[in-house]
Design a protein around this ligand. Structure first.
Ligand code: SF4
Length: 255
């Protein structure tokens, strides 16, 4: 049986964007909501106060002024480069302040450590299971698109399909991050970020939304084979969530 109450699950279904994990302090959540969100800003009730979203809006306005399509790869890479340069400048400033100087050897050691962590993630059975489930999900989306064809533009179908499209890669990315952070946190004496737990939580919440969307979609389908495919994947998502609950101790309050 699931460890998280039905009431909380209902909240997860209706709330998009930022969602506060119980172990994160209220002040931290409101200061940095983008650490606890699915980046679905248009649906997020903190969009007005979120500086990540505000910055993205300003950047998009700049792109539009320059005649660049905000959904183009040019806009994507230009935004990424800007963020990377900003982060690099911040790190360099802090290193200077702390009198730190990284040698080539330090960088090589750091790269080796990262590679080792990535290998541990690759070997993790949860990562491997999630990868297979992710591919089953992609196949189902393909089949659904073929089944609905032009009906996909119907308001009620489109609404559900948008949710399925949105979370198709999200839960898998968050599970990978949760495993990676778990490896990192093992070597920390005092973990204050709860990144593994929070990433596991965000994957969990996304899966609840997907399960719910599939539940709503099935009533629009007559093809038995497709219905069976949906039910089977839903059951798999429920099992995956049970694994996440236990592995990342999602029922425990930390703060
Ligand atoms: S506005 Fe967007 S980036 Fe900010 S918390 Fe909400 S979903 Fe995240």
């Amino acid at each position: 049986m699931s460890l998280i109450s039905k009431t909380i699950k209902k909240t997860f279904i209706n709330q998009y964007g930022a969602i506060k994990p119980t172990w994160i302090h209220q002040d931290d959540y409101y200061k940095l909501p983008f650490n606890y969100c699915d980046r679905w800003c248009e649906r997020c009730n903190l969009a007005k106060v979120c500086r990540v979203y505000q910055k993205e809006k300003e950047r998009n306005e700049e792109f539009i002024k320059k005649g660049i399509d905000i959904n183009s790869s040019e806009a994507l890479f230009s935004g990424l480069m800007e963020d990377l340069n900003e982060t690099k400048a911040m790190i360099e400033k802090d290193m200077k302040r702390l009198g730190m100087n990284l040698t080539k050897k330090d960088l090589e050691i750091s790269e080796d450590k990262e590679t080792l962590k990535e290998r541990l993630v690759e070997k993790d059975s949860l990562k491997q299971i999630s990868f297979k489930i992710y591919h089953r999900y992609l196949e189902l989306i393909d089949d659904l698109q073929n089944y609905f064809l032009e009906e996909i533009e119907k308001k009620e179908i489109k609404k559900i399909m948008n949710i399925l499209f949105y979370y198709q890669g999200f839960f898998y990315a968050k599970i990978q991050r949760a495993i990676f952070s778990e490896v990192e946190e093992r070597s920390m004496s005092d973990d204050v970020t709860f990144d593994a737990k929070t990433s596991g939580f965000l994957a969990y919440v996304a899966l609840i939304k997907v399960i719910n969307a599939l539940d709503q979609l099935i009533i629009h389908i007559d093809l038995e084979k497709l219905k069976t495919q949906i039910l089977s994947l839903s059951k798999t998502f429920i099992k995956l969530n049970q694994i996440l609950e236990v592995r990342f101790e999602l029922n425990e309050n930390v703060k």
